[in-house]
Design a binder for this molecule. Sequence first.
Ligand code: FAD
Ligand code: SF4
Length: 511
Amino acid sequence: PKTLRLILGDQLNYNHSWFKTTHSNITYVLMEMRQETDYVKHHIQKIVGFFKAMRHFATHLKEREHKVIYLKINDKNNLQSLDENLSALLKENNFEKFEYQLPDEYRLDQQLKDFCKKLKIGTEASTTEHFLTSRKELEDFYQGKNQLTMEYFYRYMRKKYNILMLNDKDPEGGKWNFDKSNRKKWKGKPEIPHERGFRKDASKLLEEIEKAGIESMGSIEAQNFNWPESRQDALSVLNYFCENLLVHFGDFQDAMHTEQAYLFHSRLSFALNTKMLHPLEVIEKVTEHWRLNKEHIDISQAEGFIRQILGWREYMRGIYWREMPGYRRSNRLRNQNKLPEFYWNGDTKMNCLHHSIKQSLETAYAHHIQRLMITGNFALLTNTHPDYVDTWYLGVYMDAIEWAEITNTRGMSQFADGGLVATKPYISSGSYINKMSNYCKDCHYNVNKKTEEDACPFNSLYWNFLDEKKEFLKDNNRMGMMMSLLEKKSAKELKELKNRAQKVIKNPERF
Ligand code: FAD
Ligand code: SF4
């Protein structure tokens, strides 16, 4: 039958079996739509990155003799919504069948299901051939269990794909997890090789986006667009990581520094989440590189990296499909505050927040610990409603697609699911931030003070949080030690801490 096949913006899988052969009766469609640019206010680099990658993908298909319809954002016949565009195309061209790949977002999954119900022609949904688990696999794995500890799922995945295994049950290096040996602060050494930059021109596309009137956040250098737009680009980011960064990845995974946004992180999440790279090829490439360079790359670096992709990434996706759509409304700690205005401009005297936010707005990137222990930590300690937190994280990062964003933000970072993903709230006082970064050195606030005018706000916020939320935390084993320290505080000390914290919570902009 004459078939229309939809490719969504995050379905740029160059090796998908759809493209193995060409058929004169199959047409592919990709579309840039206001529906997708406007469901949240995105970072400008994210909009440019998606459009660039989609356009490149369409060209790639056309060069291989596939029939492709591409709707640009300002095309006259672009009706700007998925349903309307598809309906018009199906009708105009008398297609007899409609096919799509299963979306990774609940929102689009529902939309396409509803759309297909109304169609009078045949429809078919197939897999994106990207993930290493099916949507329901995690749910089945944890059936009957109370706790969804990631580590067990990760071990199951190691065995399932035979990654870093000696045989079918024993891990290489004698341990499943080398996490303990990971945490180091970066003090200018080891040297970080010069960044892998693309310096692409985005000026024409920026004009188109501006003409369309799309609202965005963050900034971009028009002549210096730095993200991969093709599979080839993405592969070069992967190679660069293996050659230059893997060697210290695990050691400095949690480190933060004012002069180094990326440190030894791979920056592969955009290429992975748009499916330009397959998770297994990334894992295999890293494993192979480690094997060939065992004398100077420790297994802990490779294992630490592989765990992020084979473990955490698949785990979060599984949680998403297990918990949606309810997850979107979860707010177990009943937080209600708005996110401070400075999340949109970095304008705060708290140096850790200033740097992490400014960097996010300038690069559409922050690494895991900046997201979790700086911006996420502050939002949680100041009782921010998870809806506001989600809106920010879903917009600001290059890799932000709801399945990965919401599970990390609501679950891992804001404890809004009551401890499904994170076994305890990820919160800290200033001392952890000082331990892992150089932020405190030049801060307006003193990280060693608790309640004075110039005391680090995180210090009082931390104890205030434990006290305010103790009903939710008292049965949590992992919080036991901190809760007993809280109890040992004198009424006077606690009162002073809480007074100071309330000032911050009531008026974060002043800090
Ligand atoms: P690296 O540190 O080099 O790690 C390698 C890869 O592992 C990443 O590219 C990513 O694909 C995967 N990975 C690592 N941690 C996670 C994780 N917790 N969940 C899923 N994949 C992981 N990641 C997203 O892809 N999209 C998001 O929208 C997103 N939002 C986040 C929000 C918060 C509050 C937090 C704490 C984390 C979030 N993460 C998100 C996870 C993680 O921070 C990013 O994947 C990572 O920073 C991307 O940078 P990188 O490619 O340099 O990662
Ligand atoms: Fe952040 Fe406090 Fe350190 Fe300042 S002193 S950078 S506010 S942790």
